[in-house]
Design a protein around this ligand. Structure first.
Ligand code: PLP
Length: 366
């Protein structure tokens, strides 16, 4: 029996990082000994401030969450200096990416995104029967000039990841703004900044201030990465009222649960947690790329909390080295599904986790 539309049947499901428990079962390992550097999670886990906020919020779980996320939106509005009604909350920013596709694209219309960009852009496009226009990457990053040129009369949406996942590439403020000026006013640009908080101060810029200038810009952020709340699922978008109003119509009424709302407010105010994470990330990045250089491995310079590294010159290399790492209890992310079969993506962990990965990698390559 064939159910559903052809464009849904054509979807290749998202491949997530392997859970620790699954690897322990499959390879007969002790869960505690496993190092997971596969999903760009925060190695410090949940901030203490968020745990305390959730302990309070648990007592109210018998009630529905605030459908409008009043307090979280107020906190975000204050932080980014935008009106609260310019904010859309999402069940993770993945939800935001999908909400945007539902709100702005109908079957047969086109969506532009880059080769080697986040897998969810293709999924969200296919989910609404959209036509994907995939623009070849340059040096593993977005080629914004070609992306602007690829926008055709049917294009309704462009996804831009900055920094990009899985490659870690980054586009500076001037280039992004030049791109925004080129995009037709009726085409929505979703600027996905899932890793923004990891950028060094000299690369940070307030994209929320562009939202004031560009009614077609939707900035997407998440609490899953630097804020350490991946398991809770909370993200948000900032856009002017017209775009926000449409996104609000297609989202689930209670898409962000009460614990997530409470934890996100606490995390947003926990500057020390972010600072600690950024510091660890900068150190860990050096630790990883120093090892790659010693091993003579090519890597893509990264602005996120992960590094893409080429582990061989044949198309079996990624899978082979990945398996050798799994057997040693180290979970990283193969990226063959992104068209990068010679590469692996390594999330930056704590110093001892990075060291365990490096040791295991040396054995795997030997
Ligand atoms: C991780 C990631 C997201 C989404 O994560 P959520 O947990 O759904 O917020 C979005 N975009 C990119 C580029 C990512 O890497």
């Amino acid at each position: 029996m064939q159910f559903g539309p052809e464009y849904v049947r054509a979807i290749a499901p998202y491949q997530a990082g392997k859970p620790i428990a699954e690897v322990a079962r499959e390879f007969g390992l002790d869960e505690a000994s496993i190092v997971k550097l596969a999903s760009n999670e925060n190695p410090f886990g949940v901030p203490e401030s968020s745990k305390a906020a959730m302990a309070q919020a648990v007592l109210e779980l018998g009630r529905y969450p605030d459908a409008n996320g009043f307090e979280l939106k107020a906190a975000l509005a204050a932080r980014y200096d935008v009106p609260a009604d310019w904010i859309t909350l999402g069940n993770g920013s993945n939800d935001i990416l999908e909400i945007a596709a539902h709100a702005f694209v109908q079957k047969g219309e086109a969506v532009v995104f880059s080769q080697y960009s986040f897998a969810v852009y293709a999924l969200a496009t296919q989910g609404v029967g959209g036509r994907a226009i995939v623009v070849p990457a340059v040096n593993y990053g977005h080629d914004l000039a070609s992306m602007a040129a690829a926008i055709d009369a049917d294009t309704r949406l462009v996804y831009v990841a900055n920094p990009n996942n899985p490659t870690g590439t980054f586009i500076g403020a001037d280039e992004i703004e030049a791109f925004l000026k080129q995009v037709p006013a009726k085409v929505i640009v979703v600027l996905d900044e899932a890793y923004n908080e990891y950028l060094a101060p000299e690369h940070q810029f307030e994209s929320a201030s562009w939202v004031r200038k560009y009614p077609n810009l939707v900035v997407s952020r998440t609490f899953s990465k630097a804020y350490g709340l991946a398991g809770l699922r909370v993200g948000f978008a900032i856009a002017q009222l017209d775009a926000t109003d449409l996104m609000n119509r297609v989202r689930q009424p209670f898409n962000v649960n009460s614990l997530a709302q409470a934890a996100a407010i606490a995390a947003l105010n926990d500057k020390a947690f972010l600072a600690q994470g950024a510091e660890n990330n900068a150190q860990g990045y050096k630790q990883l790329v120093t090892a790659f250089e010693e091993l003579g491995l090519e890597y893509v310079p990264s602005f996120g909390n992960f590094v893409l590294v080429r582990v061989g010159q044949d198309d079996g290399a990624g899978a082979r080295i990945n398996l050798a790492l799994l057997k040693q209890g180290v979970i990283v992310r193969p990226v063959a599904a992104y068209g990068l079969p010679q590469w692996l993506r390594i999330s930056i962990g704590l110093p001892q986790e990075n060291a365990a990965f490096i040791e295991a990698l040396k054995k795997a390559l030997a």
